[in-house]
Design a binder for this molecule. Sequence first.
Ligand code: ASP
Length: 584
Amino acid sequence: MLRTHTCGELRKKHIGKHVTLCGWIDTRRDHGNLIFLDVRDRWGKTQLVFDSEVSRQLHRDAEKLRPEFVIRVGGVVGKRPAGTANPKLNTGEIEVRVNEMEVLNASETPPFEILDESNVSEEIRLKYRYLDLRRPSMLRRLEIRSQVVQVAREYFKEHDFIEVETPILTKSTPEGARDFLVPSRLSQGTFYALPQSPQLFKQMLMVSGVDRYFQLARCFRDEDLRADRQPEHTQIDVEMSFVTEDDVISVIEGLLVRVVKAVCGVSLKPPLQRLSYLDAVDRYGTDAPDIRFGLELVDVTSILERCELKIFRDVIASKGMIKGINVRGRDFSRQELDGLIVKAKELGAQGLAWLKVTTRGFESPIAKFLAESEQDELRRAFCSEAGDTIFLLGGEWRTASTVLGALRSHLAKDLKLVKTKDPALLWVVNFPLFEFSEAEKRLESLHHPFTAPQDADVGLLDKEPLRVRARAYDIILNGTEIGGGSIRIHREEVQKKVFGVLGISDQEAEEKFGFLLEALRYGAPPHGGIALGLDRLCANLLGVDTIRDVIAFPKTQKGTCLMTEAPSKVYPEQLKELFLQVKT
Ligand code: ASP
């Protein structure tokens, strides 16, 4: 080994020892005869002292050291002089008095300082990702991500799961996104698809009798990268045989207990809360609610049915509803209120009414249209007190709920309503199996086409497919969906029926999923599973804003890698071998 200790290791007990350290030059302070340099590695920083009285030559050499030079130093561990200890540093009580040094490599002046607080654009960070990752906070994130992976591996091993790798070069699997295609050289004109998930392979493994499978699976989706997405992400992918929803849920809860303990030091107490899809949308306006703060949506339709306000009455008459939220103890300025109205309209509402609750009743442009009794009932419905502000809007159930839900999230962020640091997890269950896609003008699977319908609803598949509930479940962390899964269809006739509802003809089903339908004929066991998004899980537990911060080499919003400059052009010969031509 080039070193005896790491830069984060030396303590008072090492005083007097001769040690050798390796690392990068961090900060430096010159005090005439003494040069103080911090040397840094993954584990921390250690103060080095170069004393001209010990060695002129070494002192001179130290003057030439620049930030990010890589050095190896030998010296004796000493106690820092009284009053100069640095309690913020693990190694803050000692220093190494250097008596030998070797420069292992020089460094150009880096484009930014290797500091946690350095204020540098993400573009530069991604181009020089190796320097960005050298920052202590970034190395810490990689470390925590690795810890999550290790906890998961240990956990699944204890629970008798087998880790199986499924192919990267495969056939298109429908998770609803566009495939990345890879042309085949050996069979002209054909393409592999990169897997959007190992969904069908893990189901095949259940037919094989693997019974309990997991994998840290890379998944590829060629989506527009709005929101916080990446073209490739990692899933903790799980599938189990002879299980119900509760079995999968409880295995995952056990895993999350360990992960949350390891990363946040918080002890979760399963079972976690469960909310039906309808309740989630109704109470929070989203199927991925953040339950760390209240501000729940309240349905006040029945109170306002006969009110004097025509806009409200019209909404109700056309089967819509009036819903609201009450912001406790918060007065809003006129400007703030106008801003919120604009926001609500942007989100798709026709308008937004506000009512300030005062000791003299409501203060609001619409107060005069509300009878005394209606005002009383509203106050009661929202449990409001003087100083609160109520917001109301009307519309069809889903629109009214989701717009108000988005407003709820916006207000929570603005008003900093999340007070706890503890992660809030919950399951959303009882999803519909299908939803109507306005864009495609047909039914689509809410999860994927292999999700089983609830037994009680199978009879509705033909007549009222939109009322069929799925045996699916999503796990939500702090208002973000971090995973989802389902019990699968394991009977061919049900699978064919679901394909039929989705408008997939027998011929298309055979072409795309023939191998699945065939496998179902050979004794497929009942099975189900889930996938957790590793990137999102880590980002959320660490409280970072983007999943790019927990991925070593992420892509930009345009799907490019600024470091390697991928994607890039290829040589004409390469294209020829693949029977491809690029038209520009
Ligand atoms: N394959 C699904 C996904 O990638 C997860 C699952 O159903 O297990 O989202």
